[in-house]
Structure formats: structure tokens, C-alpha cells
Design a protein around this ligand. Structure first.
Ligand code: C2E
Ligand code: CA
Ligand code: CA
Ligand code: CA
Length: 275
């Protein structure tokens, strides 16, 4: 009925208003967290399938809200992007990740996620240069992870920026590969160092599945193009075994290690180095 429609419309308005209020409160609290050192980083190990050693670690932002507790990055990263906070947040993560990584064994890389929004900032390159110089981390030990959505806007400017990063020796990885509409075409436009195969494919992996055929094709294609591959979201021994047969070189996931504190990663690295 019309009346019910009106009531429903009213209900949705209220729900939307409540969400807007919540987002606004979140951005205000996130701003405070950024100013008062309320964020932290966890590192998830990335393992070389051949040697079994930790070859890299991915920095993942963490925020524990003083009242609401831990907020997942899938909630606060979009808020940071929409409220003009992602440049500060991204720089904070990069700086802290590079300073940690400078103390790791020199063969160990650090991977840091870059939001597409950060490419719109005019001084992204200058900021990265400064952080590398201050931390003393060799550019070749830094890998920046981007998703193909970075190309949706200002593709030419983004490509120019990516080439400048590559010139410095910084590695560029294409994250969440296979989830977008036109992933393949982006592999032609830029010489990525690495392709990270999205965990949805790994999740469905078994010896005879379509997912297996897809993963193997991605690995083959990447190799043909001179790119390395990392499988994301490896949760079981069986998935790890199957991945070996695809020629994939690096793996990351709960089976090998959950994201952990910088201290814990330091301990893991010192053991990994000795063995
Ligand atoms: P991502 O870059 O794809 O990062 C991997 C996500 O998968 C992480 O979630 C990690 O905890 C999770 N993961 C790792 N292994 C497994 C597994 O075996 N099984 C399952 N189910 N999940 C696994 P997290 O930390 O919640 O981060 C979610 C997303 O938030 C990231 O996805 C990334 O897109 C974004 N993010 C996190 N930190 C940052 C940051 O500093 N900057 C930017 N721009 N984005 C970030
Ligand atoms: Ca990532
Ligand atoms: Ca990913
Ligand atoms: Ca993602």
C-alpha cells in the first residue's frame, strides 16, 4: 500500500541518516586516532614455497576504537578514503612499515597497500622518497600493492607515477588479481613485478576444480610476462600442496601465519633465518 510504502521510505531515510551519523562519528574518531598514535600495524608473513622461508611480510593497518573495540580495515579504510584521511593514514602505515623492515634481514621485503586515492595526491612520490631516505630501507625491499581500480581514474597519470616508482627500484604488485572486470588488460599496460592471486580462487582450489585451471593459467601467464605470483588466503595444507603443482612461487595465508605484531614477526624472522 501507499501508506506502507511511505512508512518504508521513512524507515530507509532514517536508516541512511543513522549510517551517515555513524560514518561521521567514525571519521572524527579516526582523525583523533591518526593524531594521537591510535593506529597500529600487523605484519602477515609471505612464504617462499621453495625454501619455506619468510621472504616478505605485508603491512596491514589496525585500529582499536576506544569504545567499539577493533574495527576492521574494510570498514575504516573506505571512511578514510571518503573523508580525506587516507593520505595521512597511508603515509603513517608506509613510514612505520619501512622503519620496521629496515631492521629485518636484508633479503626480506615489506609489502604495503596503496589506496587509489593516494595516487591523486600531488606529492606521493616525494613522500615515498622521504620515507625511504629516513628509514634507510633500500627501495628494492619495498613492494607497493595496488588494485586495478587505480586505473579507473586518471589512468595516464597513474601509469606515469607507477613507472617512476619502478625507476627507483620499488616493486609493484597487482593485488586481488582476478576479481575485477578487466584484470587481463592491465597486465599489458604495466610491467608489474608480482601478481597476487585473489583468495577467492585459492578458497575453491582442489585438484580437479575450475579454480585450479584458473590459478595455473594465471601463474603461467604471469611467468610468460616476467612476473612473479603470490597466492593469497592459503588456509589448508591441501591448498598449499596443490599450489606447488601450479608453479606459484610465494604463498600467504592463515595456514602459514596470521597477521601478527611487529615483535612477533621479528621473532619469526630470526627463526626463519637460522633454519
Ligand atoms: P588485502 O590487501 O587483500 O589484505 C589481505 C587480507 O586478507 C587481510 O585482511 C588479511 O588479514 C586477510 N587474510 C590473510 N590470510 C587469510 C586467510 O588465509 N584467510 C582469510 N579469510 N583471510 C586472510 P585485513 O587485514 O582485514 O585487510 C582487509 C583489506 O583492507 C586489505 O585486503 C586491504 O585492501 C585493506 N587494507 C588493510 N590495511 C591497509 C592499509 O594500510 N592501506 C590500505 N589502502 N588498505 C589497507
Ligand atoms: Ca594487499
Ligand atoms: Ca589481496
Ligand atoms: Ca583487498
Amino acid at each position: 500500500s501507499k501508506a506502507m510504502g511511505r512508512r518504508q521510505a521513512h524507515f530507509f531515510d532514517e536508516e541512511m541518516a543513522a549510517r551517515a551519523v555513524a560514518r561521521n562519528a567514525m571519521q572524527a574518531d579516526l582523525r583523533v586516532a591518526l593524531e594521537q598514535d591510535g593506529l597500529s600495524i600487523q605484519f602477515q608473513p609471505i612464504i617462499d614455497l621453495n625454501s619455506g622461508e619468510i621472504i616478505a611480510a605485508e603491512a596491514l593497518a589496525r585500529w582499536t576504537h576506544p569504545v567499539h573495540g577493533p574495527i576492521p580495515p574494510s570498514d575504516f579504510i573506505p571512511v578514510a578514503e571518503n573523508f580525506g584521511l587516507i593520505n595521512a593514514l597511508g603515509a603513517w602505515v608506509l613510514k612505520n612499515a619501512c622503519h620496521e623492515a629496515a631492521r629485518w634481514p636484508t633479503k626480506t621485503r615489506v609489502a604495503v597497500n596503496l589506496s587509489p586515492v593516494q595516487f591523486r595526491a600531488t606529492n606521493l612520490l616525494g613522500e615515498i622518497d622521504l620515507i625511504l631516505a629516513e628509514s634507510g630501507l633500500a627501495p628494492s625491499r619495498l613492494e607497493l600493492e595496488i588494485t586495478e581500480s587505480v586505473f579507473l581514474e586518471a589512468a595516464d597519470a597513474t601509469l606515469a607515477c607507477l613507472f617512476q616508482l619502478k625507476e627507483r627500484g620499488i616493486h609493484i604488485a597487482l593485488d586481488d588479481f582476478g576479481t575485477g572486470y578487466s584484470s587481463l588488460s592491465y597486465l599489458r599496460s604495466f610491467p608489474f613485478d608480482r601478481v597476487k592471486i585473489d583468495r577467492s580462487f585459492i578458497n575453491d582450489l582442489n585438484a580437479s576444480s575450475e579454480a585450479f585451471a584458473i590459478v595455473r593459467s594465471i601463474v603461467d601467464m604471469a611467468r610468460t610476462l616476467g612476473m612473479n605470483t603470490t597466492a593469497e588466503g592459503v588456509e589448508t595444507a591441501q591448498q598449499a600442496e596443490i599450489l606447488r603443482t601450479t608453479g606459484c612461487t610465494e604463498v600467504q595465508g592463515y595456514w602459514y601465519g596470521r597477521p601478527c605484531s611487529p615483535q612477533t614477526l621479528g621473532t619469526l624472522l630470526s627463526h626463519s633465518e637460522r633454519s
